[in-house]
Design a protein. Structure first.
Length: 228
């Protein structure tokens, strides 16, 4: 008798997981969010917009990371939009929020389904993280390989406590976030530097054009005086 309610709950959660994945995938595809997150969008909607632009960036970045966009892209765009210090902080906030969303999603909807379908794999994940979840999570995040999205989902379906996993993730995100924000801020500085050089050249080019015109006019006047 007890197995029927349990199996019914498993079926319902499986259906909810499948439908939610389809809905999220469709929303991500038709919204064009992946194609929107670029330098043009940053220039138009984020840079110079103050708190509104910062909030919009964090929300869009967290949603994108929760859906599988590489966190390095968000850090690069944050550095481009806000500079190294603020960009690193906002990118880290967006990455942690995306991690929490994916972790909670997997924990609430996918844990029973994945554990029932792949018990050996879930057990291996539990064994790897169970002894010292904070240290092991830091180790995973420090490595430049693997998928942030899949790691969040795998941790969600495991028995790892949320606190150590999220704390280890936040600390482990810092090095790559700063590096890619630094790269992005360098791009922004380079663009500003180039724009400044163009303005500098235009400023000094205008007097040169005028001096050439004046020289030509003076020659014409001297030629006319000689003819007279």
């Amino acid at each position: 008798m007890k197995s029927r309610p349990a199996s019914a709950r498993l079926v319902l959660r499986s259906a909810a997981l499948f439908l939610s994945l389809v809905a999220v995938g469709a929303a991500f595809h038709f919204s064009g969010l992946a194609s929107v997150l670029d330098q043009k969008w940053i220039d138009a909607a984020v840079r110079g917009q103050g708190l509104r632009g910062e909030t919009l960036f964090v929300a869009a970045g967290a949603l994108s990371i929760a859906l599988g966009l590489p966190r390095q892209v968000i850090a690069f765009l944050a550095g481009y939009a806000f500079g190294l210090a603020l960009g690193s902080a906002l990118a880290l906030l967006a990455t942690v929020l995306g991690c929490i969303a994916a972790f909670v999603y997997a924990r609430l909807l996918g844990r029973d389904l994945v554990a029932a379908s792949f018990p050996d794999r879930v057990r291996r994940i539990d064994d790897f993280l169970a002894e010292n979840p904070l240290t092991m999570t830091l180790l995973i995040r420090f490595l430049p390989i693997g998928s942030n999205f899949l790691t969040n989902l795998a941790a969600g379906v495991s028995r790892v406590p949320p606190g150590p996993f999220l704390a280890g993730s936040a600390l482990g995100y810092v090095p790559q976030t700063v590096v890619f924000a630094l790269i992005g801020s360098g791009v922004a500085v380079d663009l500003v530097f180039r724009a400044g050089l163009r303005r500098f050249a235009r400023f000094f080019a205008r007097p040169n054009r005028r001096s050439r015109r004046d020289a030509v006019a003076a020659r014409v006047c001297r030629a006319r005086r000689r003819e007279d």
